[in-house]
Ligand binder design. Sequence first.
Ligand code: SAH
Length: 456
Amino acid sequence: MQFFPIFLRSEGARIVVSGGGETALAKLRLLLKTRARIAVHAAEADPKILDWQAEGRLSWVARPVEAADLDGARLVYAATDDAAEDARVAGLARAAGVLFNIVDNREDSAFITPAMVDRDPVVVAIGTEGAAPVLARKIKAGLEAWLPAGLGARVRAANAFRPEAEALPQGRARRGFWAAVFDGALDGRAPEPLDRLLEAHKAARPAVGEVLFVGAGPGDPDDLTMRARRALDRADVVIHDRLVPAPILELARREAEIVEAGKTGFGPSTPQEEINRLIVGRAAEGLVVVRLKAGDPSVFGRLDEEIEACEAAGIAWSVVPGLTAASAAAASLGQSLTRRGRNSDLRVLTGHDVNGLADHDWATLARPGAVAAIYMGKRAARFLQGRLMMHGAEAATPVSVVENAGRPEERILAATLGTLATEIASTELTGPAVILLGLAPRAAARSLPLLQEAAR
Ligand code: SAH
């Protein structure tokens, strides 16, 4: 973006226009829509400028701009059609630190004026940085046709009606009212009187909330499902795990309240009871609650406890599945999680459970060809290694650790069962990591630093 769009407060601002001919007139027609104090500098002025002066809408100064005229000015337009004179005025503006535009000379201007569609207070500015003026005109024409002439009046009336609308409870009910206010505003239907609409909404049944348990996938927004995207679009409240990264949270509806309810391994965490209460409480207020969990909500996500809390409170709920960390990790290794003749079952384990290091069916896991995806396993690596080898697993069994699977910072540590604990201990793994027992990265896998190191 070479030019950054902003909306400038015009009230109380002084805008200086240098020039009294056609070019200046075109700018003045736009500027007169604002509340700025406008000074036109020109030895000779078009009669229209004199009319506007007579109406008190601007002041005309019958001489060129001088340095002192720019003192405290907000904007300057150099619009004399005389390149040398425009450059002189631009130079004065630059020296005075005042933003200036040389009409029809984008290259030398400090700002440019966009094409506009004006439905005050709704104003759409269109810019192509001069790259496609014809396209800008087409977009403008399309918007002009799309936005009905009465739109501005409807928006002003709605804005004045805000205090009355506060009679509706905040959240869904109020949002539903505003949606109805503008319903049809864009397809030109005759608007319903606001007070009648409000009465109808006050009489409506109170909104019922619901809870959506949504899988956020491994962390890259591209790995969200369409259903998850839509859930984020609808959310009044998003209650998320610590593992859900910012780029995904940014996709939530702009007005959505975002609450972190952390439940990661060893850090400080919110008690489950409290999370349940939060989810149920917000839904009971009539809000759409998205309970956003890393990966898939049904994999080590304490989903059942939260569902049971909803059921106990009579709150409607549903589950939106997500891509679990093991899937992302296997994709990065270029391996399948099951393979004919090698493993016909796949185990999904946790390194830790409520009692600490988790116990498993070690004898089965120690068999040649066994594949397991181990979640929350970083700190359990030595224990896993010991148990498996005690049950006869080969020290040469491949084991891959995938940290930040599916994210830009992903790292793959290629180890064997024999080296697993020391490799993990000597590598600083700060992100979430999933351990894939029985799988080595395929040679063609992405060349990540750690992978190359391991291959040497
Ligand atoms: N529901 C999640 C798992 C939650 S348990 C899922 O389906 O993926 C938390 C554990 O998941 C972490 O300790 C780590 O082992 C694993 N994990 C989650 N996201 C990960 C990621 N992007 N990369 C590697 N492991 C991840």
